[in-house]
Design a protein around this ligand. Structure first.
Ligand SMILES: NC(=O)c1ccc[n+]([C@@H]2O[C@H](COP(=O)([O-])OP(=O)(O)OC[C@H]3O[C@@H](n4cnc5c(N)ncnc54)[C@H](O)[C@@H]3O)[C@@H](O)[C@H]2O)c1
Length: 250
């Protein structure tokens, strides 16, 4: 019988300087993994590693930049001896202004695609050899439930997360022969600092349309990532796990 054991796994989480990324990092550490917290916000990544303690490590990274991703991989090798799991969580999210799709600034559109799409590609292509060298591994890409519902005034973000799902299916096919699984987490609106700053009354936003009549907390989301990285999901690849309190089907 397989179990949820992640003891000794070497996990790299991008965008782990706060919010969901930090929650993923803490959850994997709690499950016995070594965790390298990476973020463009180096102080935030350091803080996450400090919260973890002896199994926590940190590194600054700009996921849009190939050399920076290479430096992150070198850091994973130096600090943990390699990597078994990569969580592509870094994204432009809470800072994005909501605008009708026709009025989104071109430079903002390009920045969203650079971080949310190209960043996932850069980090994945840098870490795939490490995961293969480990005899197999797991990439978990963080998309968004907005891909399935649409989200007005936010087309750049929704488009970027749709691309993440499409890329994940392709990577799953390319990497499956090396026992590297690639799956997607698609959270609904979840209470992070970024979400709370995004709209007024965030805690009640959309709750009336959901099956579960409450706001989603980061603890509601992290279990999906633990499952996807674990032996319990050993035959699961190319899939998208929606955790949204039952909003999408209503
Ligand atoms: N909170 C939600 O409701 C929600 C819902 C669905 C999906 N998501 C996704 O979950 C992830 C985390 O969201 P969050 O709410 O914690 O927001 P957040 O803004 O706190 O997290 C994003 C993190 O990415 C980092 N980052 C940004 N650009 C980077 C770059 N170029 N290189 C490296 N790091 C970079 C930021 O510093 C930040 O720590 C994002 O991918 C977001 O799109 C969030």
């Amino acid at each position: 019988m397989t179990d949820l054991s992640l003891a000794g796994k070497r996990v790299v989480v991008t965008g782990a300087g706060g919010g969901l990324g930090r929650a993923f990092a803490l959850a994997f550490a709690h499950a016995g993994a070594k965790v390298l917290a990476a973020d463009i916000n180096a102080a935030g990544a350091d803080e996450t590693a400090d919260m973890i303690g002896e199994n926590g490590f940190s590194c600054a990274v700009n996921v849009t930049d190939r050399a920076s991703c290479t430096a992150l991989a070198e850091s994973a090798i130096a600090q943990m001896g390699g990597a078994d799991v990569l969580i592509n969580n870094a994204a432009l999210y809470g800072t994005l202004e909501r605008r009708p799709f026709a009025e989104i600034d071109e430079d903002v559109w390009d920045k969203v695609m650079a971080v949310n799409v190209k960043g996932v590609w850069q980090a994945s292509r840098t870490f795939a050899p490490l995961l293969k060298a480990a005899g197999g591994g797991s990439i978990i890409n963080v998309a968004s439930a907005t891909v399935f519902s649409g989200s007005p005034m936010w087309m750049h973000y929704v488009a970027s997360k749709g691309a993440v799902i499409a890329m994940s299916r392709t990577m799953a096919r390319e990497l499956g022969g090396d026992n590297v699984r690639v799956n997607v987490m698609a959270p609904g609106f979840t209470m992070t600092e970024a979400s709370l700053a995004l709209i007024d009354n965030a805690r009640s936003y959309g709750v009336d349309r959901a099956a579960l009549k409450r706001a989603l907390e980061t603890d509601d989301i992290v279990g999906g990532a633990l499952f996807l990285a674990s032996p319990l999901a050993s035959a699961m690849t190319g899939q998208t796990l929606v955790i949204d309190g039952g909003r999408q089907f209503i």
